[in-house]
Design a protein around this ligand. Structure first.
Ligand code: UDP
Length: 359
């Protein structure tokens, strides 16, 4: 059985790493990795392939830096050509990026079966490009692997037949477990930048609704700057955020420690050592929980509602710096309920078993 996996953005490299390992161990299964090129910098792409010991992609489509329509259109065209060449039995997709929807559409129209990992997530905010991508991908998939009961319910409410849906848990938990121990041994970053366990806040900001809205972006950096006067704030800066800050000529408090994006091992190590995580990332919200660190999410809503319900996370729409600073200070030291929110592990293995069984 031949499987083409389509990846293109940082979170997809991380989600696909444990799945590639499981595919390698499955008898009679071969994987062809297609990298669309959406993220291409050394620290947004190459580092993950090296650190996570991922197979080298057979194709790199080199598509990046375009508008949503142009990017998705080019991906669609080039993926179709690759699928024609490779003739896979299955196309496996992850999450909610333009690479995901392009892979889903190209494959479905060629009658190639599609498996979607991290299916069923909804923010119910159609202005998010990710929401459009995930809804459309789910509806052209043959196998939908959901991480949570909420995600499974969302699909049911949209009329997706239940025999296509498998609630396997969260593949990012596999990644956190698989690479967490290696991170403990290898990551030096906290030592290098002299941060003590529990003595700093880790922040990430990259979502379009924040980076492309000057008022929200200002409020976020004002809030983080305010907090950084009392406790160190470390911010590995996403290239999109960096370019928006530069374009707007925004002043950033020198108290915030801004660094380049880090590799996954350093990121897990930092999450583990931080007192609190402040983020607008989907993945980082969950990783904070995997490390049992509280989180403040700089968004109006989240797809990972169980983290809010169990007290690990809280939403803080970034409307004012002062509100953000107050919320962050109030949440340090809080803990939520200790439940297995994202399944019991071995998610990649379960996904591979289902794909093989559906042959
Ligand atoms: N991440 C990383 N280095 C960083 C920032 C994030 O390795 O400097 C990882 C993080 O641990 C998580 C993933 O990137 O696994 C999340 O990706 P991102 O925030 O870009 O996207 P989202 O999860 O919001 O789709």
């Amino acid at each position: 059985m031949k499987i083409c996996t389509v990846i293109g953005a940082r979170p997809q490299f991380i989600k696909s790493a444990p799945l590639s390992r499981a595919l390698k161990q499955a008898a009679g299964v071969s994987e062809v990795i297609i990298h669309t090129g959406q993220h291409f910098d050394a620290n947004m792409s190459d580092v993950f392939f090296e650190e996570l010991d991922m197979p080298v992609p057979r194709y790199n489509l080199g598509i990046s830096g375009l508008s949503h329509g142009a990017m998705t259109g080019q991906m669609l065209e080039k993926l179709e050509a690759v699928f024609q060449e490779e003739k896979p039995d299955w196309v496996v997709l992850f999450g909610d990026t333009n690479s995901t929807i392009a892979g889903g559409l190209a494959a479905a129209k060629m009658h190639i079966r599609v498996a979607h990992v991290e299916a069923g997530l909804r923010s119910f905010n159609r202005r998010m490009p990710e929401e459009v991508n995930r809804i459309l991908t789910d509806h052209c998939s043959d196998l939908l692997f959901t991480p949570t009961t909420t995600a499974t319910e969302n699909l049911k409410n949209e009329g997706v037949p239940s025999d296509k849906v498998f609630q396997v848990g969260d593949v990012m938990q596999d990644a956190a477990e698989l690479f967490g121990e290696i991170a403990d041994q290898k990551s030096q970053i906290a030592l290098d930048i002299q941060l003590e366990k529990g003595g700093f806040i880790l922040a990430t900001v990259h979502r379009q609704e924040n980076t492309d809205d000057p008022e929200r972006l200002e409020a976020i950096f004002e809030g983080l700057g305010e907090v950084a006067r009392d406790i160190p704030v470390l911010l590995p800066l996403h290239p999109r955020t960096s370019s928006r800050i530069e374009a707007a000529g925004m002043h950033i408090s020198p108290d915030i420690k801004i660094i380049e994006p880090v590799g996954f091992l350093d990121m897990i190590a930092l999450e583990r050592k931080s007192a609190l995580v402040v983020t607008d990332s989907g993945g980082v919200q969950k990783e904070a929980y995997f490390q049992r660190v509280p989180c403040v999410t700089l968004r109006d809503e989240t797809e990972w509602t169980e983290l809010i319900d169990t007290g690990w996370n809280c939403l803080c729409p970034p409307v004012s710096g002062q509100v953000i600073a107050e919320m962050v200070r109030a949440r340090i030291g809080t803990v939520g309920e200790d439940l297995a929110l994202y399944g019991t592990g071995n998610v990649s293995q379960r996904i591979v078993e289902q794909i093989v069984a559906a042959q």
